[in-house]
Write a protein that binds this ligand. Structure first.
Ligand code: GLC
Length: 480
């Protein structure tokens, strides 16, 4: 079986969110299960300038891409890692930018990516069984395929929704302007949602199976919770809309072998291990009192991640008996306020950057992870935290609900974290509850053990994806 993922992010090359981890880990697992897996990815500047790319990538094709009146070209490079082939779509103008997202012409950039991906699938990779699209950036591939497919073409499509807030929206005439497609895809509703062209909607309709990254988020999307209008279309998919809980790369995130942290540890010596990590990290960051619990936030600093709760409460929060470390980048307002209030405090440190190494150190050192997400399709930070014996304090939404068993006095044998309905009024109360829990050593120890016993490898999720791929192919055979 030949599976091609189309994604705007994938490790080990480029990462903004958990999407990059999913595409990387899932394709690695597919190959282990004897499936031919490849990934199509834009060749961003950061990839092109990396030594790995210079040493290992091969230029395999140069394609002409017509984007309506724009006559463009695309260099296709090939790079193999873990037996997964990465096809990197090169175009200086669109992808040699400082950041991956956030440009004024993002829509046009990913339209180009989709046109090029479709051509790579048809002309370079060939004989593909499954195209697995992740989020809106490659969603137009399904529409292009629908428009151009011939009778011998048996490609099946899967769409995975990682973030429903971004849907690839444009005007009716942009169907032609960016994709050379007729406007009747708007008129007949296939690519239309609420009077706009909506690429995710088109991919939902054209995919044999749509997934999202946890069962609870699947229900939320069907019921109109944080679904950004997709509740109008997803229920019609019935059982072809599935929630598959993401896994975690348990090799990369393993406190027993982690090369970044100050001391490795396991379930049996977790207290000692975390103590060493905490003392060292706090010293490095200039935080004074390691006897107080260390709370961390490792996150994109965005609305989705509930950073407004932190910002609205930060002054009161820092007056509590705790330490706080924040690592991440995001919306400028959040960045400015957090760094302003944490600046030169003895118990707080705000690091406005992405750093994989620091993230590992923070997970190993912290007592609690704060994750007050407004919505969270799956979430990866809580999975890492659990593995490192760091207790997640999270909102009761999406994948957080599916991976965290919230502590109460009756369930200390299974509880591995705390779940709350966050709002501005009770946010601080929840943190105070956690500080109190920290003083109860016996219960804390139980919860830490339960957390470290939580299973989150990719084995289960990859099996489920393979089952769904097979089901798609089977259905195709039956209908032929
Ligand atoms: C998005 C979601 C996050 C999920 C990740 C990977 O970033 O916001 O919840 O874990 O995709 O699926």
């Amino acid at each position: 079986m030949k599976v091609v993922m189309v994604s705007s992010e994938a490790l080990p090359f480029c990462k903004v969110g958990g999407l990059a981890d999913v595409v990387y880990s899932l394709s690695k697992k597919l190959v282990i299960n004897k499936i031919n897996a490849s990934i199509i990815l834009p060749l961003y500047k950061c990839i092109k300038e990396s030594q790995g790319f210079k040493d290992n990538a091969r230029l395999i094709s140069t394609l002409n891409i017509d984007m309506a009146w724009r006559k463009l070209s695309c260099d296709v490079y090939c790079y193999e890692i873990n037996n997964v082939t990465y096809y990197l779509i090169g175009n200086e103008y669109y992808f040699s930018r400082k950041d991956i997202y956030g440009e004024n012409d993002d829509f046009e950039r990913f339209a180009f990516f989709s046109l090029a991906s479709y051509k790579v699938i048809k002309e370079v990779i060939k004989k593909v069984d499954i195209v697995h699209i992740h989020d809106w950036q490659g969603a137009a591939v399904s529409l292009l395929h629908h428009h151009y497919k011939d009778r011998n073409d048996n490609i099946r499509f899967m769409l995975t929704i990682h973030n429903p807030a971004f849907q690839g929206i444009c005007d009716r005439n942009d169907l032609w302007n960016y994709f050379n497609l007729p406007e009747y895809y708007f008129d007949n509703g296939l690519a239309r949602l609420d009077d706009k062209v909506n690429l995710l909607k088109a991919a939902i309709c054209l995919s044999d199976i749509v997934t999202t990254v946890s069962p609870t988020h699947r229900d939320e999307l069907r019921r109109g919770i944080s679904s950004y209008g997709l509740e109008k279309i997803l229920p019609s998919k019935g059982t072809d809309f599935v929630g598959v809980l993401n896994g975690l790369d348990t090799k990369e995130f393993n406190p027993t072998t982690d090369r970044y942290i100050y001391a490795n540890y396991n379930k049996d010596n977790v207290n000692m291990g975390k103590k060493i990590n905490k003392e060292n990290l706090m010293e490095e960051l200039g935080l004074k009192d390691p006897n107080k619990p260390l709370f961390c936030i490792v996150s994109r600093l965005t609305h989705q991640k509930g950073i407004s709760f932190i910002v609205n409460n930060i002054q009161k929060l820092l007056k509590l008996d705790l330490n706080l470390v924040i690592l991440g980048k995001g919306e400028k307002d959040f960045e400015n306020q957090l760094s302003f209030y944490c600046d030169s405090k003895e118990n707080a440190c705000c690091l406005l950057k992405y750093s994989n190494e620091l993230a590992h150190k923070i997970y190993a050192a912290s007592d609690f992870l704060l994750m007050p997400s407004k919505y969270e399709p799956c979430g990866i930070a809580q999975l890492i935290a659990l593995r490192y014996g760091t207790i997640p304090i999270a909102s009761k939404v999406g994948g957080l609900k599916d991976t965290i068993v919230s502590y109460n006095t009756l369930n200390e044998d299974v509880a591995n974290g705390l779940l709350f309905n966050f709002d501005d009024d009770n946010f601080l109360l929840n943190v105070i509850f956690a500080i109190d829990l920290y003083s109860k050593k016996r219960i804390m120890s139980k919860i830490i053990h339960n957390a470290m016993n939580s299973s989150s490898s990719w084995t289960k999720a990859s099996k489920e994806y393979i089952r769904l791929y097979r089901q798609m192919i089977q259905k195709n055979k039956l209908s032929n």
